[in-house]
Ligand binder design. Structure first.
Ligand code: 1HE
Length: 265
């Protein structure tokens, strides 16, 4: 049994299969998987451990009909938080989502229903987003008299661009279907997002772990650097990854013409 399966995590369940694919379920369907403070702590605990747990990929799914309704608005209202309290809570969200984005293990989000507000911030911390035809994306913060606090100004703006994000927040505009793919909110639109997300996770798990580590951490780090520093960091990462033992057999297979060629079907 994986060490991840033994963790006691509020509102999250984890199973790890024989291929070392972790299936993480947001398990608060009765509240539409709204993220309360203890769920954010559970995400930190889990994703802090994922890189050292021998897991090859993660599928992040949700119980119930909706992926995630964002910030727990009822808890926020009840707690009557002061500015510093909420700032510190947002820092915990950032901690969780940074552990996901920079952790080096591919995370594939299987989306359905509402992916809104902080739910979209969570989804945007995954490396690949797979939506089904009922999935819809929104940033209803404007209508709630709120502002994003879980990294949307960075990650959602990265996905859709500044102008679209501002429009989503000012007007509550909802994206779904092909349009959501076109604007960059998800990369796959399918009938069954969980099945497809698992297939994608299994495919990514075929890559050497060090290669996936670079893809799922270095690109994000390099985006934060100047072009000059990013080029330098890229050369260092490539120096390590592209000479790894795990790549030797693959290169040999290409050289002796036994490896698959890159061709459209
Ligand atoms: C919640 C939440 C929540 C549901 N916090 N409890 N996010 C939003 O503005 C989205 C708010 N939620 C909704 O618009 C709807 O709930 C849904 C479209 C997602 C689902 O609708 P529906 O009809 O299936 O469910 P419901 O009847 O609205 O809610 C069912 C229960 O979930 C109900 O609790 P109950 O105890 O009365 O049964 C709701 O209160 C609860 N629930 N959503 C708390 N969000 C770091 S800053 C991030 C800022 C934001 O994320 S702002 C966006 C917040």
């Amino acid at each position: 049994m994986s060490t991840l399966e033994n963790l006691s995590l509020a509102n999250l369940t984890v199973t790890v299969d024989a291929a070392q694919i972790a299936l993480v379920t947001l398990d608060r369907a009765e509240k539409r998987n709204a993220l309360n403070a203890e769920t954010v702590e559970a995400l930190i605990e889990l994703f802090g451990r994922v890189p050292r747990a021998g897991v090859r990929a993660v599928v992040l799914r949700a119980a119930g009909d909706h992926f995630c309704a964002g910030l727990d608005l009822v808890e926020h209202h009840r707690e009557d938080r002061r500015p510093a309290d909420f700032m510190h809570l947002c820092l915990r969200w950032h901690e969780a989502f940074s552990k996901m984005e920079y952790g080096g293990v591919p995370i594939v989000a299987a989306l359905k229903g509402a992916v809104v507000g902080g739910g979209l911030e969570l989804a945007s911390a995954a490396h690949i987003r797979v939506a089904d035809r009922g999935t819809y994306f929104a940033l209803p913060e404007g209508q709630r008299g709120l502002f994003t606090g879980g990294g949307a100004t960075i990650r959602v703006a990265d996905l859709v661009g500044k102008a679209r994000m501002i429009d989503m927040m000012l007007t509550g505009r909802i994206y779904k279907g092909e349009e959501a793919v076109e604007v960059g909110l998800c990369q796959y639109l399918v009938d069954d997002s969980e099945t497809r997300a698992m297939e994608i996770a299994r495919a990514t798990a075929e890559n050497p772990p060090l290669t996936n580590f670079a893809i799922c951490s270095a690109i994000s780090h390099m985006q934060n650097m100047s072009a000059l520093d990013a080029a330098y960091a890229e050369s260092v990462v490539a120096g390590i990854v592209n000479t790894q033992e795990a790549a030797r057999g693959r290169l040999e297979a290409f050289a002796d013409k036994s490896a698959a060629r890159v061709r459209p079907e």
